[in-house]
Design a protein around this ligand. Structure first.
Ligand SMILES: Cc1ncc(COP(=O)(O)O)c(C=O)c1O
Length: 384
């Protein structure tokens, strides 16, 4: 086994794709410290700057002091504290759903929820956007249901796949992200809701990158598109903390409590995490000014990059891909930005399709307009 492990790592190394962990910590103002150096940070997903907000840290400490370090058991044993139910009620009010359920992380939620949904019917067919997150792929594989991937954001292709393969299944599940993590573009939720209705399918929307940033009071893009979608999202990005939620009808919550292995067999989220969730849910609805600032930074960045001749795909959000094509170019741009004191992550296959290696720029409401100008200047001084 260890020989195979070594060989796998050698193969990755031969492709110059070895990944390493590098300790860093966030600083106020969209900065971070890594290797003893302060960098302007365009790599983290703390879109509203809440990870360092005193209210989240204080409530986290308060919950830990009052209720302890751990929940002690899974939700169905003794792990459901009144604070879990209070946060779930807050999530449901925020998202406008009948009910909500907390999960340990976004990855775990997708990987656990999709198989649980699929097993509700003897033969479920899943229809997923080809660019969905790794956790959704993991969920689809674990579901052992037939999964049909439609071309990214191509609802005509989805309609065709539903017509071809939907009829023979007992149930149909359409899966998408509302804001795509690597391209920074948005799903057409109006059309997806309509297709779900036409084909008697259930729509499942991952709002990891939209929660807190889009929609009324930051409630996500799904909140602007009434329908019957199941919506999951995370507390780990704009909400500054950790963990995930499912916003859903009470029927689906009851079903998950009985059938979702990832919930049933996992210890409940601990009090400190719940404290940060609770504080974030209090702050986020009031952050329209920060959301507007973030949107303006995105507009300026895309316009500046286009003027420099760079492709940013169909980005219309705080996530802006600076597409360079070859892997080596994305790595070189990452190094160039780092030399200028800027952290932005080069993203290469297999995370993104071949030939679309890029530097993923994640903007934050704590960045200033000058920070974006500094980024543009650094990108502009890169010699291809
Ligand atoms: C679209 C999407 N879903 C789910 C996740 C996983 O969320 P978490 O980091 O909370 O595990 C991510 C995180 O990268 C993501 O981008």
């Amino acid at each position: 086994m260890l020989d195979h492990i070594r060989q796998s790592l050698d193969t990755v190394a031969a492709k110059h794709r070895t990944r390493v962990l590098r300790p860093a910590h966030l600083l106020p103002g969209g900065r971070l410290v890594r290797d003893g150096r302060e960098l302007l940070d365009f790599a983290s997903n703390d879109y509203l700057g809440l990870a360092l907000h005193p209210l989240l840290a204080e409530r986290s400490c308060h919950y830990a002091r009052e209720y302890g370090a751990g929940a002690g058991a899974s939700r169905l044993i003794t792990g459901t504290m009144p604070q879990h139910e209070a946060v779930e009620a807050k999530v449901a009010a925020f998202k406008g759903s009948e009910a909500a359920l907390l999960f340990a992380s976004g990855w775990q939620a997708n990987a656990a929820l999709i198989p649980a949904l699929a097993k509700a019917a003897p033969a479920t067919a899943i229809f997923a956007d080809e660019l969905v997150h790794n956790s959704i792929h993991a969920g689809c594989r674990a579901a052992r249901a037939t999964t049909h991937f439609f071309r990214h954001n191509d609802c005509d292709h989805l309609a065709q796949l539903l017509a071809e393969h939907g009829g023979t299944a007992d149930a149909r599940l359409i899966v998408t992200e509302s804001v795509f993590s690597m391209d920074g573009d948005r799903a057409d939720l109006t059309r997806l809701n309509a297709l779900a209705a036409t084909h008697d399918a259930l729509l499942y929307v991952d709002e990891a990158h939209a929660t807190g940033v889009f929609g009324p009071r930051g409630a996500g893009l799904s909140a602007e598109h009434p329908g019957n979608a199941l919506v999951m999202g995370t507390f780990s990005k704009a909400l500054g903390g950790f963990g995930a939620y499912l916003a859903c009808p009470a029927l689906v919550r009851d079903y998950m409590v009985n059938m979702c292995a990832g919930l049933i067999f996992s210890t409940a989220p601990p009090p400190a995490v719940l404290g940060a969730m609770d504080a974030a849910l209090e702050l986020v609805p009031q952050m329209d000014a920060q959301r507007a600032h973030l949107a303006a930074l995105g507009e300026r960045l895309r316009q500046g990059l286009a003027a420099l001749g760079f492709d940013t795909l169909a980005s219309s959000t705080q996530i802006v891909p600076l597409v360079l094509g070859p892997e080596q170019a994305a790595l070189a741009m990452g190094e160039h930005l780092l030399a200028a004191g800027l952290a932005a992550l080069p993203i290469r296959p297999p995370t993104v399709p071949n030939g679309t290696s890029r530097v993923r720029i994640a903007l934050r409401a704590t960045h200033s307009a000058d920070d974006v100008e500094r980024l543009l200047e650094a990108v502009g001084s890169w010699q291809r």
